[in-house]
Structures are given as structure tokens and as C-alpha cells.
Design a protein around this ligand. Structure first.
Ligand code: NAP
Length: 244
């Protein structure tokens, strides 16, 4: 069966590396973006220039109708989605009591409901084929908690619950659901913290460096591969030993 991957939030950072790696491995890919159209379109064009199938589609993962339309567009252009990578995410830094309702709601709408929207949209096709795979991107902060990132850590802990529960519900349909919990990865999301905080995070990471987006892409590609065919409902932490 043709392998078709939809990677949410793949115009930049981790998602971009995941899309590039899956494409290298032979998947036709849908590059999803929200604001960075030029980056998303450029990645898809670059993959096509290498002889691979790729499209770029704008959709806000928090908007279920936009996500449904993106999945339909992917199916029409590339074929049924066989791998969903729920990667799109946003962060918010500050004291718990300073976070307003709108910021709280938006963060959960993107980080948690976005993953639900995309999973719900691809599942009818996967269930009817009794074939498919979902890899969610959580975070080590979702496993250990994070001061001044309460909403973010909650959303990432919820992604672990989503992963385990969906894995149980979908196992009879031969659909595997796993998640990767990255540590501190060199992307815009970490760059905004500034050099001092980044240095501190490097110091706290036993392997002594920030992770690269490619480190996470390799973990995702493994979980999506046949080599992981007996693995479901698991959290693969890729954090340089941060929370050992
Ligand atoms: P990033 O560099 O900020 O990139 C975020 C990506 O998500 C962009 O492609 C962005 O698209 C997209 N996006 C944001 N909101 C979206 C929405 N509502 N709908 C669709 N796409 C949306 O972030 P990153 O560091 O690569 O993070 C990727 C994932 O890994 C996130 O879930 C994050 O929580 C998780 N993570 C990151 C780290 C880290 O250290 N970097 C650690 C643990 C977990 P546009 O560019 O078009 O706006």
C-alpha cells in the first residue's frame, strides 16, 4: 500500500525535519502550515524537485473543518493518509495566574484538540483499511511538569493520555499509536527563550547539547516503521537523558 504521511505544523522546526525524513524514506507527504506559507510551499517544492510526492496545505489544526478539508485534499492529491504525525504546537511562558482565558483556550485548542481533530479526520480511512499509524509529539515537560509552562505541560501530558487511550481503542483495527517526548530541541520554540536559558538547558542535559529536529525525526520514523510493528501506546523520550 502507498505510504502517505500528513505532518501537522511542518513548515518549520521538528515537523519540517520529520516531513523531510519521511519523504526521504519514500512517503508521499502533506506539509501542513499555519502562517509560514512560503516555508511550507518551499519544502514541498524541494521534495518534489527530488522526485518525491509532496503538497503543502494551510490549515489551523484547532479548526476541525479546516483539518477535515486538509485531509480530503491530501487524499485527493496523494492517496489515503497512512501515517499521521501530530506535531503542530505552541507554547506560552509565564506564571500560571497571569495566563488569561484566551491564551489558555488557544493553547489547548492547538496542542490537544488539534491532535484530536487530525486523528478524527484520518481515522475513518485507516479503520476501513485496518492499517495506519499515528505518532504524536508530546514533550518531556508533559512527563515531569514545568514551572511557568503549566498549560503547555498539561497539554503535553494530555497527549500521552490520548496516545495510550487511542492505542487501546484502535489496536483491534491494527492501527498503532505512539508518541515521542522530545527534550530541548534547537527550534524557534526554544530560541525565543534566549541564549542564557538555552545554555542552562544544555547544562542540565546529560548529553550536553540541545537536540536537533533530525534527532526527533529519526525517533518518529522509527515508531512509524515496520521495525516498531509490535510497539503501541508508548512514549519514546528523546531528551539527551534530561529526565532519567
Ligand atoms: P516551532 O519551531 O515553533 O514550529 C511550530 C510548527 O507548528 C510550525 O510549522 C507552525 O506553522 C506550526 N503550527 C503552530 N500552530 C499551528 C496551528 N494552529 N495549526 C497548524 N500548524 C501550526 O516548534 P517546534 O519546536 O518545531 O515544535 C514542534 C512540536 O514539538 C510542538 O508540538 C512542540 O510542543 C513539540 N516540542 C518541542 C520541543 C522543543 O524543544 N523545540 C520540545 C518538546 C516538544 P507556521 O510556521 O506556519 O506558523
Amino acid at each position: 500500500m502507498k505510504q502517505v504521511a500528513l505532518i501537522t505544523g511542518s513548515s518549520r522546526g521538528i515537523g519540517r525535519a520529520v516531513a523531510a525524513e519521511l519523504s526521504r524514506q519514500g512517503y508521499a507527504v502533506c506539509v501542513n502550515y499555519l502562517l509560514h506559507r512560503a516555508e511550507g510551499e518551499a519544502l514541498a517544492a524541494q521534495l518534489r524537485s527530488q522526485g518525491r510526492e509532496a503538497i503543502a496545505v494551510q490549515a489551523d489544526v484547532a479548526d476541525s473543518q479546516a483539518v477535515d478539508a486538509m485531509v480530503r485534499q491530501t487524499q485527493e492529491a496523494l492517496g489515503p493518509v497512512t501515517l499521521l504525525v501530530n506535531n503542530a504546537g505552541i507554547s506560552w511562558h509565564g506564571l500560571f495566574q497571569d495566563m488569561g482565558d484566551d491564551d489558555w483556550d488557544r493553547l489547548l485548542a492547538v496542542n490537544l484538540t488539534g491532535a484530536r481533530n487530525a486523528a478524527r479526520a484520518v481515522l475513518p480511512g485507516m479503520i476501513s483499511e485496518k492499517n495506519g499509524c499515528i505518532v504524536n509529539i508530546s514533550s518531556m515537560w508533559g512527563l515531569r511538569g514545568a514551572s511557568c509552562e503549566v498549560a503547555y505541560a498539561c497539554s503535553k501530558a494530555a497527549i500521552v493520555g490520548l496516545t495510550r487511550s487511542l492505542a487501546l481503542e484502535l489496536a483491534p483495527s491494527h492501527i498503532r499509536v505512539n508518541c515521542v517526548a522530545p527534550g530541548c530541541i534547537e527550534t524557534d520554540m526554544v530560541r525565543v527563550l534566549g541564549p542564557e536559558t538555552q545554555d542552562m538547558l544544555v547544562e542540565e542535559t546529560p548529553l550536553g547539547r540541545l537536540g536537533t529536529p533530525e534527532d526527533i525525526a529519526h525517533a518518529v520514523a522509527f515508531l512509524a516503521s515496520e521495525k516498531a510493528s509490535f510497539i503501541t501506546g508508548q512514549v519514546l523520550t528523546a531528551d539527551g537523558g534530561f529526565i532519567v
